[in-house]
Design a protein around this ligand. Structure first.
Ligand SMILES: [Zn+2]
Length: 384
């Protein structure tokens, strides 16, 4: 599908009123004052991602504790328990056959289904990791669409400009019945946010009020090889095309593509775009903020919030660190703008190997700004 056909089909099939895409179950929960919204979670099962991704998650969380992921990888059947974490649940999840089971497990163990709306973000590592998932993206989309009838969810479609079928799958995701609700961008996998293939999608998202969530935190997940990139930058109040290639190592690649500054040209072209810069630059930057530094990426995100009315940042994954709720408080209590733009998110289930999620959720629920970040802000981000 080319760009012209994409725009034609989007105009014919996607409503400009985001209210038309809200499923009935979500509408019902929005009537209740105690409903909260988790703006960042995942429910993919193991057939949606390459096995080394799961390996990475387990290893990353536990290398400091002497955990040996290699020996563990012999199977998901072994007993695994690391005190203070939900790693056993993570392993349990990756024995499950489909996303419905994962979602049921989430509601049974962590959230009340009578008062929680979730925005499950798809994960597509195929181009970045050069590895086909067992379950095709198309099948993942149709599986998620079916779940909309059964659970209060607003799924986000994962885009990657290197995928030939990106426009076809976008139209399929947002077609009725049971339309998807947002898109997920993951530049760390090896492309610029302003990649020319993505720009028409932002145009559609801006005009149809479709929210965009992008990874903008730690550099753990990246492209596994050097990557060629192309996109736009703002020069003298104009967009200028540029291209190049990364030659750096894995983490350097991820760090290069994760820079929130790379979103400036997208917002310059589409100033009303609803954008969530997920993880709000990550825990390293917030620890530096706590020590009195002026971390560059946090500052860039706040500058984008000031300049563009629909820029948000979720605090997902960061929540597993004990000190982060209080550090976030320092900022939220002094800065009204940021208080109105932070979104609650957990990063379930990828956070489980590092987190004790019930304890972590509890720490945030007690804060005076809880309702602001778990209800008021996400409602504006998603539905305005
Ligand atoms: Zn995530």
């Amino acid at each position: 599908m080319n760009e012209n056909l994409l725009k034609t089909l989007a105009n014919e099939n996607i409503s400009s009123d985001s209210g038309d895409r809200i499923p009935q179950m979500v509408k019902d929960l929005l009537q209740k004052s105690d409903t909260i919204i988790d703006s960042h979670c995942h429910i993919f099962d193991k057939s949606c991602v390459p096995v080394p991704y799961l390996h990475l998650r387990l290893h990353m969380a536990n290398k400091k504790r002497g955990f040996n992921a290699e020996s563990f990888l012999s199977g998901f059947g072994s007993n695994m328990n690391i005190p203070g974490t939900d790693i056993e649940d993570f392993i349990e999840i990756f024995k499950m056959k489909n996303m419905r089971q994962v979602l049921k497990f989430l509601f049974q163990n962590y959230y009340n289904p009578q008062s929680t709306i979730l925005t499950p973000l798809m994960m597509d590592l195929e181009a970045g990791w050069n590895s086909k998932p067992q379950k095709s993206v198309r099948r993942q989309i149709s599986e998620l669409k079916k779940l909309i009838d059964e659970f209060a969810i607003l799924p986000f479609f994962a885009v990657d400009p290197r995928k030939k079928d990106i426009y076809d799958n976008f139209i399929y995701s947002f077609s009725k019945p049971n339309s998807f609700f947002g898109i997920k961008v993951y530049p760390a996998l090896g492309y610029l946010p302003s990649d020319p293939v993505l720009m028409p999608l932002y145009e559609i998202c801006e005009s149809k009020k479709i929210p965009v969530t992008t990874h903008c935190g730690g550099d753990l997940v990246g492209a596994t090889q050097p990557t060629a990139y192309s996109g736009f930058r703002v020069v003298d109040n104009n967009l200028e095309f540029y291209s190049g290639e990364t030659t750096g190592k894995y983490a350097e690649n991820a760090s290069f593509y994760n820079n929130p500054q790379l979103w400036e040209p997208v917002l310059f072209k589409h100033p009303k775009l609803k954008l969530n810069l997920a993880h709000f630059a990550g825990t390293d930057e917030w620890n530096r903020f706590h020590k009195g530094d002026e971390p560059e990426r946090i500052n860039t995100i706040i500058r984008l919030m000031k300049n563009y009315e629909n820029v948000y940042a979720d605090f997902s994954f960061n929540i597993h660190k004990n000190n982060m709720a209080n550090i976030l408080s320092e900022k939220l209590e002094q800065d009204k703008l940021v208080r109105e733009r932070v979104l609650w998110g957990t990063d379930f289930h990828v956070v489980l190997p590092a987190s004790n999620l019930k304890r972590d959720i509890d720490r945030y629920e007690k804060k005076i700004w809880w309702n602001q970040i778990s209800r008021i802000n996400p409602e504006r981000f998603l539905f305005s």
